[in-house]
Write a protein that binds this ligand. Structure first.
Ligand code: ZN
Length: 399
């Protein structure tokens, strides 16, 4: 075993500049959600260069590569879409420059999460060179549309492509910690119907704004009462939009719509969250969970309700233990075991489909979605060593 770790560490170091160069090239190809075609084709080329020839693109547009022939399935996942740059004035460098300087790679997606993707490609290369023939078929998935609708790509892989892994590693940024969950979320709309009348005679109508406003203030109170979980933290709710319609500005509004951002902690579900709202609005408001129905870059529409369940895996679980041991064997100290603040594809993989999932990725999540996104090359090197050793450790039952 010690020999194997040494070999993996050496190879991870040998290829660190190749990983950094690949990441730089991926950053130079903008890939907003729904526009990932070019970057997917680029990754396919890199996988080829890595010696991985079992590569295919599914009906939605996810890229799936395969190494090994084992009976069990381990998937290592990176979403390769990014959010937009925001105000360019706030960037100290070109977000699509992909500059490599002083041991860092700079640009949009460096952390969230083309860095994880680049490390995966190199890990595939190393596994190929090692002639991996262990218990697992290792799938590398490069998935799309996560920033727009987390987990959609994975619902597609599981429900439409029949990919049913035993374990999944999510390579979103964890600052090289071993992560085992995060809160879920959902979007909720409440629609209120009023009765329009002339603004000069409000008593003839029913003002939908007042119904909406009353409910909004009660929702503010609801936020204080929501559940708390020791590991995942507190559930929250926030009104994020308030719209009304009326025949004119001199008329009583007959429609009002509130949009809510609900973060779900452990034990909170779609049903429980809807019931709380129902108690507040009674028969006065209609509750709707919006549907995501954007086209993928391949022109495929795969509809999904905007409900993203929370997930967590116990620290004693074999996958988390294997992650901890992998880290210890490679880096000779204990990892931070934690959780993400934000949401990932884990909402579908583990939240919905209950597949054991662990997070490990290069870069600090504070840079995700912010200006001046940057990842240390050292993290890329360590992540690719981790992805390579983990299947071996998992075979040994995490010991
Ligand atoms: Zn992300």
């Amino acid at each position: 075993m010690m020999e194997l770790e040494k070999e993996i560490r050496e190879k991870a170091e040998r290829y660190r500049d190749w990983t950094a160069k690949n990441l730089s090239e991926l950053i130079r190809i903008p890939s907003l959600s729904g526009e990932e075609g070019r970057v997917i084709r680029k990754i396919r080329g890199m996988l080829k260069e890595a010696g991985i020839d079992e590569v295919r693109i599914d009906g939605l547009g996810n890229l799936i590569a395969k190494v090994g022939e084992g009976e069990k399935k381990l998937v290592i996942d990176a979403h390769i879409d990014t959010v937009d740059t925001g105000d360019r004035e706030q960037w100290d460098f070109d977000p699509f420059g992909g500059e490599i300087r002083d041991g860092f790679v700079y640009g949009r997606g460096a952390v969230d999460q083309k860095g994880g993707a680049a490390s995966m490609i190199t890990s595939g290369r190393i596994l190929k060179e090692l002639g991996y023939d262990g218990d697992f078929t290792i799938y590398f998935t490069f998935t799309i549309m996560e920033e727009d609708c987390d987990g959609l790509c994975w619902n597609y892989l599981i429900q439409e492509e029949g990919l049913n892994p035993d374990f999944v590693i999510i390579t979103e940024p964890t600052n090289l910690g071993v992560y085992r969950g995060h809160r879920g979320r959902m979007e909720i709309e409440i629609h209120f119907a009023g009765v329009s009348a002339h603004g000069s005679a409000p008593s003839r109508g029913k003002n939908a704004i007042y119904s909406g406003a009353r409910a909004t203030l009660l929702i503010q109170e609801l936020n204080k009462r929501l559940k708390e979980d020791d590991f995942l933290g507190k559930g929250t709710i926030a009104a994020t939009s308030f719209e009304s319609e009326s025949p004119s500005l001199c008329s009583i509004p007959d429609k009002c719509k509130i949009h809510l951002d609900r973060r779900l902690t452990w034990g909170e579900t779609k049903e429980s969250a809807i019931n709380e709202i129902r108690e507040i609005v009674g028969d006065d408001g209609r509750i709707v969970i919006p549907t995501y129905d954007r086209e993928s870059y391949k022109g495929k529409i795969f509809k999904q309700e905007k409900y993203f369940p929370s997930w967590k895996i116990p620290e004693e679980h074999i996958l988390i233990q294997a992650g901890i041991r992998t880290y210890e064997r490679l880096f000779e100290r204990s990892p931070v075991v934690g959780k993400w603040t934000f949401s990932t594809n884990g909402v579908a993989i583990c939240g919905k489909h209950k597949i054991p999932t662990v997070g490990f990725g290069p870069g600090n999540e504070v840079y995700a979605h912010s200006a001046n996104e940057v990842v240390p090359v050292d993290h890329l090197e360590k992540a690719q060593a981790f992805y390579t050793l983990l299947p071996y450790m998992l075979s040994k039952g995490g010991d």
